[in-house]
Design a binder for this molecule. Sequence first.
Ligand SMILES: Nc1ncnc2c1ncn2[C@@H]1O[C@H](COP(=O)(O)OP(=O)(O)O)[C@@H](O)[C@H]1O
Ligand SMILES: [Mg+2]
Length: 644
Amino acid sequence: MNKTNKFLSSVEAHQKSKTKEKFKGTLKDYLEILEINSDAAALAHKRLYDILINYGITRMDEANSRCYKLFGANNIKTYNYFQESFFGMERSISKIMRFLHSASMKGEESRQVLLLLGPVGAGKSALVEHIKKALESTDDFYHIEKCPIREEPLHLIPRKLRAEFEEVYNIKIEGDLCPVCRHRLLEEYDGDYTKIPIVTSTFSIRGRRGVGVVPPMDPNTQDTSVLIGSEDISKMDLYPEDDPRVLSLNGAFNVGNRGIVEFVEVFKNEIEFLHTMITATQEKSVPSPGKQAMIYFDGVIISHCNEAEWNKFKSEHTNEAILDRIVRVNVPYCLEYSEEVKIYKKLLGTSDFDYHIAPHTLEIASMFAVLTRLKPTNKVDALTKMKIYNGAEIIEKGIIKKIDIKDLREEVREEGMTGISTRFIMKAIDNALADSDKNMITPISIRDSLIKQVKEQIVNEEDRKKYLLYLQSTLHEEYLKILEKEITKAFVSAYEEQAESLFNNYLDHAEAYVNATTVKDRITNEEMDADEVFLSSIEEQIGIKGTAKDNFRADITSYMFAKLRRQETIDWRSYGPLREAIENKLVASVKDISRIVTKSKSRDNKQQKKHGEMVKTLIKNYGYNENSAEEVIKFAANNLWRDS
Ligand SMILES: Nc1ncnc2c1ncn2[C@@H]1O[C@H](COP(=O)(O)OP(=O)(O)O)[C@@H](O)[C@H]1O
Ligand SMILES: [Mg+2]
């Protein structure tokens, strides 16, 4: 009962809010509104741009390392409206926003079609859907009452007065009355345009108010009425020929007037369709069904398609006129795996399964997805390129390798337009889940599922071989490394503290070595020389031997002191190569015990206890559950520590 009462009060509030007084006035009232807020008469591009901008802009600055990596510059804008639900797409989104911005200032873009071009599952439809939703969340817009295309009330102002109006209000009037309103004005209001009622509406996707959608159609049944409406045969007998009352202005351009018209998979449509689209942008008007004059149209036209369709269309030179009216924005797949992970988290968040996802599962799946999307380079192997794109520093023999992400990017054109789609991965996740009797997915099961799916679905022999290699070898190795570190962390009690203390000791001794001074022991306060054995034991973890050690120690010392001078805090993770050495050292320190304890057969009581503690830590600190911890430990026992 309680629940019902609570809900009913929401129902009541909702009904009250709906009966909230709606605006109804005349031209005079509208003019008064415009005096205060000229944006009420904004054209579609500006309206949409303002709505999106209203959610706020965040400036990514130097502190955000993704900034430089993404754009090769600092102080980049990202748009809050998209931040929560779109990942790794900042570049496409900023191009879309740039288009809208220019169009909102009535630049050439306001007479162009925006085309989102990208592979299946790259998020084109989702992006357009999200943009359309923005309209729904906005304030009402003003239009002439009973106008089938909800036109701008300023169309009522006669040509003769427009110059004066524009000067007084600083608003430019575009377009003339639609045939239906013109007819009403003459017949019902005796030509007195100050009497015609003006009302407001909300944008609604489902209500087809201000948002029109043109789905791809079978060429045989294609009919321009989908775009521009038709003449209603049932009314033809009632009215004389040419009477606008026979018009059913319910085509996508009629419906989408003032807002957005979306063309789904645009180049699947007949060329005649596209000509209507081009007229609508170029001339800002669409034909009326029957014999009426053209009808003014004001809306943002957004289309999308994949590359194959685009290439086919582009190759026909008769289409040049159309190409000229298109602003293309590539929407490639995401190429940063940690952003890709967020996509799956989002998609999984919407289904209401109750299941467990073991750590690194989505990471491995995302790494695979990104690997298939990258183009090869001579500079680094695929896995390394994937890591660089994700913002990692690449360390080789104790040195941070200077490979600039910009160079890698510029080497190839149109990267991310091929490879595995988000849907492919989602299907593999679903299958892995369906096959699990423990209601979980792990990096191990997702990999198996992906392998199966590649074998079943990738027909191109070359791709198939490459993909299987990624899964069976590249990512197998990569996952083992990740797992080894994680198990070590679970073994080494107070891992962070131990790492920190190795770091501090290393710095003390390296500094003493470099400056030929002594070190004060942190516990005994005794002065002593740099401990060569200790220093080497760290350095050998990343293959630094012989004379290379001098440079390494000098580099680290100056790096850290430069940071300190800038009052930045330093810790054991501050310098990539040293961090790796410390991690390896800790891994090595528990290697033997790891090997024994993970193997279930050989555990004695004490080891059993150690094993139990490790499992507990994996669950408590690293996000495993009983089952997944058991599974990865078994996997580690079978695959790690074999040769030692
Ligand atoms: N970069 C991304 N960020 C967020 N979601 C994404 C991204 N790429 C794809 N998706 C999601 O994947 C799904 C498939 O995308 P969709 O819009 O249908 O692709 P397209 O229209 O390009 O074929 C959608 O649910 C979408 O939200
Ligand atoms: Mg789509």
